[in-house]
Each structure stands twice: as C-alpha cells, then as structure tokens.
Design a protein around this ligand. Structure first.
Ligand code: ZN
Length: 215
C-alpha cells in the first residue's frame, strides 16, 4: 500500500478532528504530501470512520494513483496549497468559531500573541463554491506567508511541515477565533500593535536563561 504510514495518520487525526467537534458529518478533509504523491481523505466518508485503505492517493497533478474511493472534493484546494507553499500537510475544517469569523469578517486581527504562530493576521479568502479552482486560488492567495486562512462563509484551512503541526495550527486557529468572538461579546477587543508583536518575536528569539543555584 502506497503511503501506508501517511494514510494511517489521516485516520488518527481525522478521528481527533471529529472527536473535538471541528467537523460535522462528512465535512472536513486532511491530506499529507510525500514527494509527488498526496494521501487525502475520501469524499463522502465521516472522518471518524476512516480506514487507511479508504484514503486515496493522488499525484500532485490530481490523478488518482491508488484507492477505490474518490478523493475529497476539496482536493484541488489541497493541491494548490502544496504547489504554492512548502507545506507537507493540509487540514481543512468547518469549525464553529472559525466559520463564525469567516462569515462576518474580512480578517482575524491578532488579539493574542500566539497568532504569530499562524503568521499574524489571518486573512479570509474570498467566497467561492466548494471544490472549485476559484476557491483553491483564493485560499492559495490568502495563505501567502501564513500558516492559516479562513474561507468566507465556509471554514478554515491550516498547513504544516507534518500532519501534527497542521492539526495543531487548526486547533490554535479555532481557539483564537473563539477568543475573538467571546471577547467581542464583552467589549471591543484590543488588537496588538506591530510594536507589541515585534517585542514578542524578540522575546521568543532571546528567551531568558535562569542561572543554576550553586550550593
Ligand atoms: Zn469545506
């Protein structure tokens, strides 16, 4: 079986996405790239019921290489992202707070410093019908220099150097969207300034070193 390990990982993370409520029904799709091949979740199957052999393998040009089921209808978006970025994994969900922000806003402003892990402000890609080349192009543009994008009136997408990092980026994106939405219910959220964000980068680059006590 081609990409056996990658297809097993798709099942593991697919189940986690379903268990965490990041997807409902057959929504959401994940993929992992290895060289010229991409293992992707199938169309029409709930992520919680995935089996490795039911995950198709396609090449980067979108031709089915192995598998009985059709690849996810969002496979063109996954392939466009791989072509445009150095990512090795893509996670797309219809998570609740991500979709709320994607339905109401043009971008998610950085109100918490961990937004820097996604590249700062998260753009909302222009609306296009699911599965179309137009949506793929809009998402590719929104992901420029970012690890996450929201899809207008649809959901979110994140990328990573492996499936675990792409999945953690999806969890972080959903958490940031939830914080923003809940903060908005209390008052007008303060957005971090460029200066404050630059200070966070400097802090991360130069972490404090605690001296060891000599007894
Ligand atoms: Zn979708």
């Amino acid at each position: 079986m081609l990409l056996a390990e990658q297809r097993r990982l798709l099942c593991d993370y697919g189940r986690r996405a379903a268990a965490l409520g990041l997807v409902v029904g057959t929504a959401g799709n994940l993929s992992v790239r290895s060289g010229d091949l991409v293992a992707v979740t199938p169309s029409g199957v709930s992520l919680e019921r995935l089996e490795p052999e039911s995950c198709p393998v396609v090449d980067v040009d979108g031709r089915l290489v192995e598998g009985d089921l059709q690849p996810s209808s969002e496979t063109p978006m996954h392939l466009a992202v791989y072509t445009a970025t150095g990512a090795s994994a893509v996670v797309h969900t219809h998570s609740t707070f991500g979709t709320v922000v994607a339905t109401t806003m043009a971008e998610l402003p950085p109100v918490h410093y961990t937004a820097l892990l996604l590249g700062g402000t998260v753009r909302v890609a222009e609306y296009a019908t699911y599965g179309t080349p137009e949506l793929a192009a809009a998402v590719r543009a929104a992901l420029k220099d970012r690890r996450a994008a929201l899809l207008a009136n649809h959901g979110g997408v994140t990328i990573g150097h492996d499936l675990d990092s792409a999945f953690e980026a999806t969890r972080l994106l959903e958490w940031l969207c939830e914080v923003y939405v809940r903060a908005k219910g209390v008052g007008e959220p303060r957005v971090l300034t460029e200066e404050q964000l630059a200070a966070v980068v400097q802090r991360a680059l130069h972490p404090p070193v605690f001296p060891r006590r000599e007894d």
